[in-house]
Design a protein around this ligand. Structure first.
Ligand code: NAG
Ligand code: NAG
Ligand code: NAG
Length: 440
């Protein structure tokens, strides 16, 4: 596919402020990346009140029973993780990753940075060191033993897929998985089976978690979300799922119209439609609330229990112009204190954290439901070096320097920093299983 810039011919952008432009680019890039630039996209032409940065996160108004957002910090939650993996620093690690493009065949092309000729490999030799505890190296056999006879599902957008592929690659060091099911454009729904341990791992495409219509050539030119109806493409399978990892965020930046209980709630960036601009923060809260509430009620009712993780927002790292070489040029992690989680990255993370806290309280009335946040925002923010950048395509500079080159500064190279998300996931599950064994 050729390089098509959505900015071509958009001369009016030159009059915009730098801040405005970079924010708009940030908002539009996920669309461009996910759609692979198939449909060039217009830039906002009107006033700044349609810009996402004017949205405010108003958590106090988004609470509605029974998932109330008020929670007391004093109350100890029995299944809370014993270590806080959120804060820490990246330290040199000469061990390197558990896999490469040869040992793992589930790496999506756009994230296969090494085989696409990324020249620097220093980004592979770092490990996350939490401030308060040690994080064990990922041990595939430990994972396989803990998940015997279980079904683990990743549900969400392309970050969910990125995390799933990382896990499959790390497990490939110990056991082979058979792809037993695939469906959908770009194989958005897939399922693997590890015969050695009777483990099923699946991925469900559901970028809003709730029912939605994605913008397309033949359908609407914006997304449509039904914020209080769960997406049954994964919801209907809940009976057969033992652990679920939810991961959403970037798709909420897209233009969208929101429906709630049969009426229109509002929209986000829909200048041609006559709906109220309500931003996307509140809507993302509602979507997560609906997803968690559905899981809790359905799994609570059947009594089989479930583990639920919500992966927090993964910041992107566009620095310069997105279609020039060097859009995310760093080759080293940020040092401790060098970069703060702020702005939209912090707000998006906070939405996940708050909804998870509320859901934990709601889940208490049912037995066997364990809910936890997988708080990767900070550790991911500190890895500007971990994205494919121009190496989303093979050997982008094979014909010398290019004037325009597509960059992916959103997803993560495999192997890469996203492996740490699964390392933490395993550590939490492992500690939890040790604790429940002690209590028996
Ligand atoms: C990938 O890893 C395998 C096993 O560790 C090793 O034999 C092989 O040389 C590696 N391939 C590359 C391209 O590094
Ligand atoms: C394999 O695991 C599934 C759950 O994913 C379970 O329903 C089934 O009974 C297991 N099969 C065997 C032979 O244990
Ligand atoms: C937009 O909505 C307002 C208020 O509901 C209404 O007065 C106006 O006629 C609408 N305009 C269009 C073009 O539908």
């Amino acid at each position: 596919m050729g390089v098509i810039s959505p900015l071509k011919g958009q001369s009016h952008t030159h009059s915009l402020t730098k801040k405005f432009l970079s924010y708009v680019l940030y908002a539009l890039l996920p669309i461009a990346l996910f759609r692979l630039y198939c449909h060039p996209f217009p830039l906002p032409q009107s006033t700044t009140d349609q810009l996402p940065h004017n949205n405010r996160l108003i958590l106090t108004t988004s609470s509605s029973p029974p998932l109330s957002l008020s929670f007391s910090k004093e109350k100890e939650i029995a299944y809370e993780t014993p270590c806080d993996y959120t804060n820490g620093r990246w330290v040199h690690d000469k061990m390197g990753p558990l896999y490469n493009g040869t040992t793992c065949d589930t790496i999506k092309d756009g994230q296969n940075c090494i085989s696409h000729g990324r020249p620097d490999l220093g980004y592979l030799y770092w490990r996350w060191q939490p401030s308060q505890c040690k994080l064990s190296r990922f041990d595939p056999n430990t994972f396989l033993n803990l998940f015997s006879n279980k079904h683990l599902a990743f549900v969400g957008d392309s970050m969910a897929r990125n995390q799933l592929e990382s896990l499959l690659c790390m497990l490939a060091a110990a056991s082979n998985a058979n792809l037993v099911y695939k469906d959908g454009e770009d194989n958005k729904f897939r399922r693997w089976h590890f015969a050695s341990h009777n483990i099923t791992i699946s991925v469900y495409w559901s970028p809003f978690l709730v029912r939605g219509v994605e913008k397309s050539n033949i359908g609407p030119d914006h997304n449509e979300l039904y914020v209080n109806t769960v997406d049954e493409r994964w919801g209907a399978d809940l009976d057969h799922i033992d652990m679920i990892v939810l991961s959403i965020g970037h798709w909420f930046l897209h233009p969208a119209v929101y429906y709630e209980g049969g009426s229109i709630l509002g929209c986000h960036y829909c200048p041609r439609l006559n709906h109220t601009e309500i931003g996307f923060y509140d809507v993302m809260s509602k979507a997560i609330k609906t997803a968690l509430k559905t899981i809790i009620e359905r799994k609570g009712a059947n009594g089989n229990g479930v583990d639920v993780f919500l992966t927090t927002f993964s910041p992107s790292h566009f620095e310069g112009e997105w279609d020039k070489a060097g859009a995310c040029p760093k080759t080293k992690p940020y040092k401790e204190g060098e970069k703060m989680l702020e702005g939209m990255d912090a707000d998006m993370r906070a939405i996940g954290v708050e909804e998870m806290e509320a859901a934990k309280i709601y889940a208490k009335q049912f037995g066997g439901l364990r809910l936890e946040i997988l708080d990767v925002s900070k550790l991911s923010l500190m890895r500007p070096d971990g994205h494919p950048g121009p190496y989303m395509y093979p050997f982008p500079f094979a014909n010398g320097a290019q004037q325009h080159v597509q960059n992916d500064c959103v997803h993560w190279c495999l192997p890469g920093p996203i492996d740490t998300w699964n390392q933490i996931l395993l550590e939490v599950i492992r500690k939890r299983s040790m604790q429940s064994r002690r209590e028996e």
